[in-house]
Design a protein around this ligand. Structure first.
Ligand SMILES: [Zn+2]
Length: 62
């Protein structure tokens, strides 16, 4: 079950857990990145949080 896109920094699998003040954390056990979204409407709903995590923008680095 891999609904979550991989870590944007290293491509590893992402784990989630609920932390301080109900913040939903997306953590990577490989590179150690920890991501959270400090918005109530995101943290109150797991499906919204997953959708936000999976959202990626195109960046032109050239
Ligand atoms: Zn990573």
């Amino acid at each position: 079950m891999s609904r979550l896109k991989p870590c944007p920094f290293c491509g590893n699998e992402i784990n989630t857990h609920i932390g301080y003040r109900g913040l939903r954390f997306f953590t990577c056990s490989n590179c150690g990145s920890i991501t959270s979204f400090d918005k109530d409407f995101i943290n109150a709903n797991p499906k919204v949080a997953e959708a936000v995590w999976n959202r990626r923008v195109e960046v032109d680095n050239e």
